[in-house]
Design a protein around this ligand. Structure first.
Ligand SMILES: Cc1cc2nc3c(=O)[nH]c(=O)nc-3n(C[C@H](O)[C@H](O)[C@H](O)COP(=O)(O)OP(=O)(O)OC[C@H]3O[C@@H](n4cnc5c(N)ncnc54)[C@H](O)[C@@H]3O)c2cc1C
Length: 353
């Protein structure tokens, strides 16, 4: 019902010339996610298409840098290819605005259907309690209790995983996490008003192939809390669209739109793992992640920002592996990069700010 309620989201990795931590993490998560999408997810009813994603360069300089990046990284062609403008035009079937990267395995998905598919696969091992607002959580005698608006216990378990997006920081146990809500508005353009899209397109914004007769075109990036769609954001989305397709100059009046809030950490990396015990952090600025006390049984899968479709599967798998004592599916440098404790270490080094 929140950010994940969007009609269509794009699945594509982040690529950087220095193959940064964010790029390596996104590559691992993207490839793992694809396996779920194309296998059990699709079989269980997830609505998606791995039709490819074309990311156009914004400038001539960026075009050159994108070409060099592909040549230098030497990644397989099915993962990423550089297409010049003519190549992009041949792949897409209409005049391309620039050259750029083609992620041939990427595509779009309808996020609610991915959630339904994951629940269907879990079957009777998961019970749900939707539409039940959580007002607080408390730990009593080794058990986490989840409390409703009236203070009654809605559920209890020895392990609690917070996956409540931008709202996590309303709970005192997670409040020190520096997660910001970043507003995003998507405009839904009726099918037929764009050329048929054989791939998802991105540049300053994105456009997805039609789902249920609508193209999701987005998205604004605003720093306010207004949940109501604004005409100015629809107009800005149409300008983003003009950067992707030969000038359409669409008037968005009458188009539907949807607002969501991205849960964003300052380093734009997701937050996955055991939450620190903020009340007894060590003083030593030399403290490392392993030195941090943790809140027993309390974990987070948070801060998915603009790439929830990329992060979701592998980070959940990594957390499950941690809980079960299984081998971790990610290398330690990447696990450390997403550890919620990184913010506690930063606070310690800054004298707790
Ligand atoms: C406009 C826009 C476009 C986007 N496009 C893309 C894209 O193309 N590709 C991509 O990968 N990602 C995209 N994203 C990002 C993606 O949507 C998010 O990363 C993802 O949805 C985050 O998932 P989440 O489960 O952490 O949070 P959410 O989807 O926000 O879910 C949080 C859940 O917690 C529940 N909750 C919160 N507080 C409470 C409470 N007190 N009691 C009970 N329940 C509570 C909510 O009801 C909700 O179900 C986009 C986001 C936006 C806003």
């Amino acid at each position: 019902m929140e950010a994940s309620g969007n009609l269509a989201g794009i699945l594509m990795p982040l690529v950087a010339r220095d193959d940064s931590i964010a790029a390596r993490l996104s590559r691992a998560c993207y490839l793992h996610g694809l396996r779920f999408w194309q296998g059990p997810g699709r079989d269980a009813g997830a609505r998606l298409a791995t039709c490819g994603v074309m990311q156009f360069a914004r400038t001539g300089e960026q075009e050159a840098s994108m070409r060099r990046t592909v040549a230098e990284l030497g990644l397989p062609g099915e993962f990423i290819r550089y297409l010049d403008r003519d190549g992009a035009q041949a792949r897409l079937g209409y005049p391309a605005p620039a050259g750029g990267w083609l992620f041939g395995q990427g595509g779009w998905a309808n996020p609610p259907s991915l959630c339904h598919a994951a629940l269907a696969l879990a079957g009777g091992r998961v019970s749900t309690s939707f539409g039940t607002p959580v007002a607080g959580i408390e730990r009593v005698a080794g058990t986490w209790r989840v409390l409703g608006d009236d203070g009654r216990c809605i559920g209890e378990a020895p392990v609690l995983v917070l996956a409540n997006g931008a709202d996590a920081v309303r709970l005192p146990q997670a409040a020190p996490l520096p997660i910001k809500r970043v507003r995003g508005q998507v405009t839904l353009v009726p099918e037929g008003r764009l050329p048929p899209l054989s791939a998802a397109l991105c540049r300053e914004g994105y456009a997805a192939p039609a789902v249920d007769g609508l193209h999701a075109v987005g998205a604004s990036y605003d720093f306010d809390d207004d949940g109501t769609p604004r005409p100015a954001c629809d107009l800005a989305n149409m300008q983003r669209l003009d950067g992707l397709l030969p000038a359409l100059n669409l008037d968005p009046a009458g188009f539907a739109s949807r607002v969501g809030f991205r849960p964003v950490a300052p380093d734009r990396l997701p937050i996955a793992g055991a939450l620190p015990d903020w009340s007894c952090l060590p003083d030593a600025t030399s403290a490392r992640l392993g030195d941090l006390p943790r809140q027993a049984g309390l974990y987070g899968l948070l801060g998915y920002a603009s790439r929830g479709l990329v992060w979701a599967q592998l980070l959940a798998e990594a957390l499950a592996s941690e809980l079960e004592g299984d081998p971790m599916p990610l290398e330690s440098e990447l696990l450390e990069a997403v550890d919620p404790g990184r913010f506690a270490l930063r606070a310690i080094r800054k004298g707790r700010g």
